[in-house]
Write a protein that binds this ligand. Structure first.
Ligand code: UTP
Length: 297
């Protein structure tokens, strides 16, 4: 069988971001900056570092500033050049050249599964990656989370969902995977039997939560097309993956790296502090500030 390479990725970013209102009333949550870069730029960067060449961002009518962000900005570029700001000029041009980025609008926020379905004709018949628009993963000098999944895909040639272990009290916030009978994590990978969206603590089949990274075979679209709305009246990706498991193997991969849910206020604050602590120009000042702050509480 000819190996199919993962060169395309979908970034669903058409959600309403209700957890972050009112900030997200006019600004997409994917454009909220973690220090000085919008969230979606970190995600595009991870995709590119993972070998992705073409990216489709699922947007809505309120999110055109994402398109502007990844486009050329001649007026700004000229002004930066005229004022001798070469470093800033290079940085701005670099963003426009990160990858081939395409956009399609999800006309109604009918759920993550529906957002992915909007990518059907862009993807065609190849396996593809999905990176959620509000999840960033930092793995410092290690491999990007998506690259880890793609390498696992290369071995099994089957759909893979990225997971990490979460505490018992948090399982009800996530899609939780159920390993196949007698299977357990081996080389960070396990074959799955099923998945359940946001189970109660006592019903959760494991503590492995699906966290914003997937490699999917194109057959997923057959299930998304006929999928009835599930939890919250939305077309759920989890339900389609569960159906895919009936005809194909699906694996979970326990990826390395720290994942931040930046669509959640606390996740956003944590990401902001930790990314700022990595920046040379902020590190010393921020460490001191945090120490002083702790002493005042
Ligand atoms: P979330 O559930 O985190 O996004 O979806 P949301 O709906 O914007 O969040 P809240 O709960 O209202 O704050 C996960 C990902 O799927 C995308 C979101 O943009 C996010 O990246 N999504 C979700 C869509 O693209 N379309 C949808 O209809 C729903």
């Amino acid at each position: 069988m000819k190996k199919r390479e993962i060169k395309k990725a979908v970034i669903p970013a058409a959600g309403l971001g209700t957890r972050f209102l009112p900030a997200t009333k006019a600004i997409p949550k994917e454009m909220l900056p973690i220090v000085d870069e919008p969230t979606v730029q970190y995600i595009v960067d991870e995709a590119v570092r993972s070998g992705i060449e073409e990216i489709l961002i699922i947007t809505n009518s309120n999110k055109h500033c994402m398109e502007n962000h990844f486009d050329r900005s001649y007026e700004l570029e000229n002004r930066l050049l005229e004022s001798g700001k070469k470093e800033e000029y290079n940085m701005i041009c670099g963003i426009a050249n990160m990858a081939n980025i395409y956009y399609v609008r999800q006309k109604e926020p009918k759920g993550l599964g529906h957002a992915i379905l909007c990518a059907k004709s862009f993807i065609g018949d190849d396996p593809f990656a999905v990176l959620l628009g509000d999840d960033i993963v930092e793995n410092h000098d290690g491999k990007p989370a998506l690259k880890q999944l793609i390498e696992a895909y290369d071995k099994v040639q089957a759909s893979i969902v990225g997971v990490q272990t979460v505490p018992d009290d948090d399982v009800s916030k996530y899609g939780i995977v159920e390993p196949a009978k007698g299977e357990c994590l081996e080389n960070r990978k396990v074959k799955l039997r099923s998945m359940v969206e946001k189970p109660a603590k006592e019903d959760a089949p494991s503590n492995m939560a699906v966290l914003g990274r997937y490699v999917l075979t194109p057959e997923i679209f057959d299930f998304l097309e006929t999928q009835e709305p599930g939890a919250n009246g939305e077309i759920q990706l989890t339900d389609a993956i569960k159906n895919l498991m009936i005809s194909q193997s699906v694996y979970a991969y326990d990826f390395e790296g720290t994942r931040y849910d930046v669509g959640d206020k606390f996740g956003f604050i944590k990401a902001t502090i930790e990314y700022a602590l990595e920046k040379e120009e902020l590190q010393g000042k921020l460490q001191q500030y945090l120490k002083d702050l702790v002493n005042t509480f």
